[in-house]
Unconditional design. Structure first.
Length: 219
């Protein structure tokens, strides 16, 4: 009884410290991306393709770091510009990463994954079966506040056009990285956005554009 009380009290204290930002949730520190090497571009283009069979094996932290850098890393430190273009350089895209260990946001400057929560929501990133077990599902989210939309404003399809284009560039970078690393991937529009957005804690001006599954090829 006493033990249970102290256990409960400890959970309450830890939760309150996390809420007040006094201790960090389980962020993942990533190794610096390796910005050299890889397959020659024409060979990567030749090998690019979508796959829907994935092994459950996890990527190494180096592979994860390189993958995220390819998608949305900073390649010009002097002005903070990235590996993928964005309309007017608004950089409104956030790259969310769902892993077995939880939901994260890619922090390119800090070279880390910032944990949003520790629930495994991979299955909710798609309506097909493989996202639930593949090791990595990227979710491309546009923060339309960074495109000048105001809180309470209705989001139209036109407001999202640039973000769809930006996502296309990021996703193709991922396709080419995967081709170079012999990883499997597929970009996906079949995403249950209404169910997923609340599980990700998104605000009304944060819009899910596409998701992309990545992993080792399965049999
Ligand atoms: C915008 C877009 C949405 C897509 N959505 C899905 C999807 O929800 N599920 C899926 O399995 N594949 C999806 N795909 C992958 C396409 O089916 C695939 O690119 C197409 O069959 C051509 O195959 P390839 O990528 O191997 O050339 C999507 C592709 C694009 C460009």
């Amino acid at each position: 009884m006493k033990k249970a009380f102290f256990g409960f009290a400890a959970i309450l204290i830890i939760n309150s410290l996390i809420t007040r930002g006094m201790i960090q949730a389980q962020d993942i520190s990533l190794p610096s991306p390796s910005r050299k090497g890889g397959m020659p571009l024409m060979e990567a283009l030749d090998a690019r393709g979508s796959a829907r069979l994935f092994s459950e094996k996890d990527l190494s932290l180096q592979q994860l770091s390189d993958l995220l850098w390819a998608a949305w890393g900073i390649n010009r430190e002097s002005d903070g510009k990235r590996t993928a273009p964005s309309s007017h350089n608004r950089q409104e895209m956030d790259l969310y990463v769902t892993l077995r260990s939880g939901l994260y946001i890619y922090d390119a400057t800090g070279c880390r994954l910032k944990q949003v929560h520790s629930r495994d929501i991979r299955a909710l990133t798609g309506t097909q079966d493989f996202p639930a077990t593949a090791p990595v599902n990227l979710v491309y989210v546009a923060d339309l506040a960074k495109r000048g939309l105001k809180e309470g404003q209705q989001v139209t399809e036109a407001d999202q056009l640039s973000s769809w284009a930006n996502t296309g560039f990021m996703a193709q970078n991922v396709y080419l990285f995967c081709a170079s690393e012999q990883l499997a991937c597929v970009i996906r529009a079949m995403v249950p956005r209404d169910k997923l957005a609340p599980e990700m804690g998104l605000k009304p001006l944060q819009v899910i554009i596409l998701a992309q599954t990545v992993g080792f090829p399965g049999e």
